[in-house]
Design a protein around this ligand. Structure first.
Ligand code: GLY
Length: 351
């Protein structure tokens, strides 16, 4: 199917082609594109296991099959979670900020045109990934935030909706009432006084089409109870998501501040450009974050990466609750495959 080439993308492609060099630091990375694919293509991958893997990837795959456009595939997969109030870390039903307001972050990248779009702190819109795609396709900008992002979405016909589910409101209220014994909010007499770790969560969906072109999306409601206006890694190109059509793609989940500080997804893609496998590239990035945090990070980060050959992997720093390693899954025309990667810092049972 012919793909629409947008004015900005077309100009970028022309200059990109003219300026393209087949060598970077002596490595003939462009020639890699000519190698026969090792993995199956088309393919859609996501950093989710369990029931979510099937829901996300079958949603993504049917969107891809319907249009033949893998951008529809990756965003269609992300939309499944954004629209489902059962997930408290993405889209509708996400845990709100400290004021009880849900603020969403998302980014998308389109490999063939080397374009990107992102929104940060978007309120009232259930599918921030669709708005990020519109920033990419229908504006000459890369990122819109807050009120400007909302106005842009409304201009494109999105409807304002309440994103705070009753479940998320009760989680927020419990946090608020347990925050301090020096403020005026009291938990109920039979309430919980020990609040569990602050909820985080995000979803990455990456895809290769039959030509080996690369696409990606990251979407999240961000860190639960964040300071209003806090933007994590998810909408930052190179942090929560990076796609390079010559190399592959990477998406991040976990503590966004740590990912931003190492340009995590960019680092993983650059590692692959220099010849590392997706697994080696992810583990190198995780080690960088561990080193930057005195060898003992008290948080988790995970990266999912796919290269142009269709090889993919998800790994992370550590899973405080999960001894088994981070889940990930892929769908091709042969069906769904769910896998587990590894954490660099192994799970230790405490107490
Ligand atoms: N990785 C999601 C966030 O930190 O917001």
């Amino acid at each position: 199917m012919a793909k629409k080439i947008h004015r900005r993308g077309f100009i970028t492609s022309l200059f990109g082609a003219a300026a393209a060099t087949p060598f970077l630091n002596g490595a003939p990375y462009i020639t890699k594109n000519l190698m026969k694919a090792k993995g199956k293509m088309p393919v859609v991958v996501t950093g989710r296991g369990g029931d979510w893997a099937e829901k996300v990837l079958s949603g993504g795959w049917s969107a891809f099959e319907k249009s033949g456009d893998m951008m529809d595939g990756v965003i269609g997969g992300a939309n499944v979670v954004e629209l489902d109030p059962a997930d408290s870390s993405v889209g509708y039903g996400g845990i709100p900020n400290e004021d009880g307001v849900v603020q969403l972050d998302s980014s998308v990248m389109h490999g063939p045109t080397r374009n990107a779009g992102a929104v940060g702190g978007l309120e009232y819109i259930k599918t921030p990934s669709k708005v990020a795609r519109l920033v990419l396709e229908r504006s000459d900008h890369v990122m819109l935030i807050g009120k400007g992002a909302l106005r842009f979405a409304l201009a494109h016909g999105f409807k304002k909706e309440n994103l705070l589910t009753e479940r998320a409101r009760l989680v927020w209220l419990r946090w608020k009432e347990n925050l301090s014994d020096k403020d005026d909010w009291f938990p109920p007499a039979d309430g919980e006084y020990n609040f569990p770790p602050r909820p985080t969560g995000t979803i990455n969906v990456l895809g290769l089409d039959e030509d080996g072109s690369v696409y990606g999306v990251t979407t999240t409601s961000g860190l639960g109870f964040k300071i209003p206006g806090r933007v994590g890694d998810s909408p930052i190109i190179g942090a929560g998501l990076y796609v390079d059509n010559d190399v592959g793609a990477c998406g991040a989940t976990g503590r966004g501040e740590a990912v931003i500080k190492v340009c995590g997804s960019f680092l993983v893609v650059e590692n692959m450009r220099r010849g590392m496998s997706p697994r080696e590239a992810v583990e190198d990035c995780c080690r960088r974050i561990i080193d930057h945090n005195n060898g003992k990070p008290d948080f988790g980060d995970n990266f999912i990466a796919i290269n142009k050959d269709g090889e993919y992997y998800r790994g992370g720093i550590r899973g405080p609750k999960d001894p088994g390693g981070p889940s990930y899954a892929a769908i091709t025309k042969d069906g769904l495959e769910v896998k587990r990667g590894e954490y660099i810092i192994k799970y230790e049972r405490r107490g």
